[in-house]
Design a protein around this ligand. Structure first.
Ligand code: B12
Ligand code: SF4
Ligand code: SF4
Length: 354
């Protein structure tokens, strides 16, 4: 494509960019102008109430989070994308998003390719910056403004044709592109299925999540011990949680299979047999952990965190066959692992006692 082809109204360029983004495999694409983030006060309030727990990185770069024009000079539009990760896969102990390769790499590669295409198409180097989860951007806020969906009561962004099992990414550019209409409707209506289903009551109000109670936070982000009063509520889950999305009628009606094979579950993680996965994790040493989870988003929890999660899941399942593996883990020199394994042994012995 040459510059001449796309010269003219930004509306024309916006349409071409969207076509290119769909061609790269994104399922949803919308455009919004950058500026003050509408829900920044809600974010600030959330932080001040302590709902972010140990995720102190969320407090960095507050100015850029409040005003999306600040990441680089001239930033004026965002191309916001959604990539379906397959809500049709059966539920299991590992959240769906984490069963395959790391989605950040897949999304960044595609956003970089889109960025290059825009520079080529416009015939001038366009400044741009991609965000997938890691920068100071309220991605759901930006996605709603770009028309991708509404804030569900479970806090996830829901698209009326896809549900919520999709990742969000954004490419900020120094181009003034024709924006889409923000998604204004609230399609949750009187439904409260997600609030009712959350095992730890982490959804403390509609659209407000106390992350310190959320299984996703407890099994992935938290580095320390799990609060004892929440451990039995985690059940057989090991890494992440999809419960408040699984019960959502929009997902039940509109989830689709993932398109990219990179996101397909790795064989060892596809199973819904929590005990098999947990026992394997407890048997890993650092070297085997690195090899097994190379290129997987599950590396984030680190080996000790994963062993903590695996021990809790075994403790909750009350099978006497797990006493040996937990006894070995209870002797671990890592206090995080040994404490959770000892707790699990206690649970297990109590539940299998005749
Ligand atoms: C921190 C974080 C978490 C934390 C906290 C989650 C949370 N709800 O806050 C934890 C570790 C718990 C988590 C869990 C998950 N996460 Co997460 N997470 C993030 C991250 C990095 C920041 C989110 C954030 O700023 N939270 C603070 C709160 C205040 O913001 P918020 O929940 O987005 O809420 C906004 C709106 O709801 C609105 N709002 C708040 N109150 C009110 C009230 C009213 C009335 C209205 C109208 C609006 C409104 O304002 C808020 C700010 O914009 C984003 C990536 C990013 N940079 O945005 C991914 C992100 C939100 N996570 C994502 C995913 C996939 C998950 C999990 C599904 C993973 C899993 N299976 O375990 C779960 C879902 C749990 C859940 N119910 O939200 C996706 C969500 C995609 C989507 N379709 O929504 C994101 C966007 C990552 C990505 N790039 O794809 N996550
Ligand atoms: S992800 Fe799980 S624990 Fe977190 S709010 Fe949803 S149902 Fe509750
Ligand atoms: S379960 Fe119901 S209330 Fe919760 S996000 Fe889905 S539609 Fe909204």
């Amino acid at each position: 494509m040459t510059a001449a082809t796309v010269a003219g109204p930004t509306q024309g360029l916006a349409a071409l960019i969207k076509a290119q983004a769909y061609g790269l495999g994104f399922d949803l694409v919308g455009i919004t102008r950058l500026g003050p983030a509408e829900t920044a006060p809600m974010f600030d309030d959330w932080i001040s109430r302590g709902y972010a727990g140990e995720m102190s990185y969320l407090q960095r770069w507050a100015d850029k989070r409040r005003d999306t024009r600040l990441p680089f000079p001239g930033a004026s539009s965002a191309i916001v994308v959604g990539l379906n990760y397959g809500g049709t896969a059966p539920p299991g102990p590992i959240a769906r998003y984490a069963r395959g390769d790391d989605y950040h790499d897949l999304m960044w590669e595609k956003l970089d390719s889109l960025h290059d295409w825009i520079s080529t198409a416009t015939g001038s180097p366009i400044s741009g910056k991609s965000y997938v989860d890691t920068g100071p951007i309220l991605e759901r806020d930006l996605a709603r403004r770009a028309g991708l969906g509404w804030f569900g009561k479970n806090t996830n962004l829901i698209n009326p044709g896809l549900g919520s099992f999709f990742f969000i990414g954004a490419l900020l550019v120094d181009l003034e592109l024709e924006p889409d209409t923000p998604f204004e409707a609230d399609r949750c209506g009187t439904c409260t299925r997600c609030l009712d289903a959350c095992p730890t009551d982490a959804l403390i109000a509609e659209r407000v999540l106390d992350a310190t109670k959320c299984i996703s936070y407890l099994t992935i982000e938290a580095r320390g011990a799990m609060p004892v009063e929440l451990r039995d509520k985690i059940g057989s889950l090991i890494y992440g949680c999809d419960i408040c999305q699984d019960v959502c009628p929009w997902n039940q009606s509109f989830s689709r299979d993932a398109t990219f094979p990179e996101l397909d579950a790795r064989t060892a993680l596809a199973s819904n047999d929590s005990r098999t996965i947990a026992r394997e994790i407890l048997g890993l040493d650092t070297e085997r952990f690195r090899a097994a989870f190379k290129g997987s988003p599950m590396k984030r929890a680190k080996l000790a965190g994963l062993k903590r999660d695996a021990a809790v899941a075994l403790g909750n399942q009350g099978n006497a066959d797990d006493i040996a593996v937990l006894t070995e883990a209870a002797a671990s020199p890592d206090p995080l692992v040994s404490e959770h394994a000892s707790w699990a042994l206690g649970q297990l012995k109590a539940s299998v006692r005749p």
